[in-house]
Design a protein around this ligand. Structure first.
Ligand code: ZN
Length: 233
């Protein structure tokens, strides 16, 4: 979308404060999918892993911790990125595969507390704009720590690569089958898709930056704020 949505900061904050904390407690805990390594510090009980603790060369550009996002509002107090353990490990492998090609992963968004999804929904007037925000009744795969928004940067100069559209640009240029971008941009989009899909992530048709981790159904919707997930590294 070209214009920021007309969110009221007061409305948004009110919704964040009012959001209930109970959504994760009713759901079953995530099923372990990999044998724990006895030498590794235990994960947070939520199952979420901080990506830069896993690999400090993964870069962050957490747009929802700034006003530089489609809402024009700061939604997170901290610029941090978490995924459930199997998805985090898979992302680490995708990052290394990108490095072999001279690129690295830059994360825009990963786990998103449910209250933020709720606040976004409540602050979006009913109508077509709600097609772009997840319905909190179902929750989002981001709420399960099983979806990630990301792009590539070049290892040579650290700059973000050209992609067919900007992040959260809700136009046809963001669609995966869009062919009208430069050959460079299309090559970058294809490389990102290749390294992610090789590790069990699946893209969606209308956002080149968004990937869901296979098996997301096994993980509950969570509402743990970043501040409750340990000290910021
Ligand atoms: Zn996403």
């Amino acid at each position: 979308m070209d214009q920021p949505l007309n969110f009221s900061r007061r409305h948004l904050i009110a919704a964040l404060v009012a959001a209930p904390l109970t959504s994760c407690r009713d759901a079953a805990p995530p099923k372990p999918k990999v044998k724990p390594n006895p030498n590794q510090a235990p994960d947070h009980p939520s199952g979420l892993v901080e990506l830069i603790k896993l690999d400090p060369t993964i870069r962050l550009d957490i747009r929802y911790a700034t006003t530089n996002n489609f809402t024009g509002q700061q939604l997170y107090n901290q610029a941090r990125a978490f995924l459930v353990r199997p998805a985090a490990d898979a992302l680490g492998r995708a990052h290394r595969a990108a490095q072999d090609q001279g690129f690295g992963l830059t994360i825009y968004d990963a786990y998103r507390p449910w209250r933020v999804t709720k606040a976004l929904w409540d602050a979006t007037p009913p109508g077509p704009k709600r097609n772009y925000v997840a319905n909190p009744k179902r929750g989002s795969k981001h709420n399960r720590g099983c979806a990630v928004d990301l792009t590539l940067h070049r290892l040579a100069d650290g700059k973000r690569v050209d992609m067919p559209s900007g992040y959260d640009e809700f136009t046809l240029r963001a669609h995966r089958n869009f062919t009208g971008a430069s050959a460079e941009a299309l090559k970058h989009r294809d490389l990102l898709e290749r390294v992610m899909e090789a590790e069990g992530f699946r893209g969606v048709s209308n956002e080149w930056w968004h990937f869901d981790f296979a098996g997301w159904q096994d993980y509950p919707v969570l509402d743990v704020p970043f501040e409750a997930l340990g000290a910021k590294p």
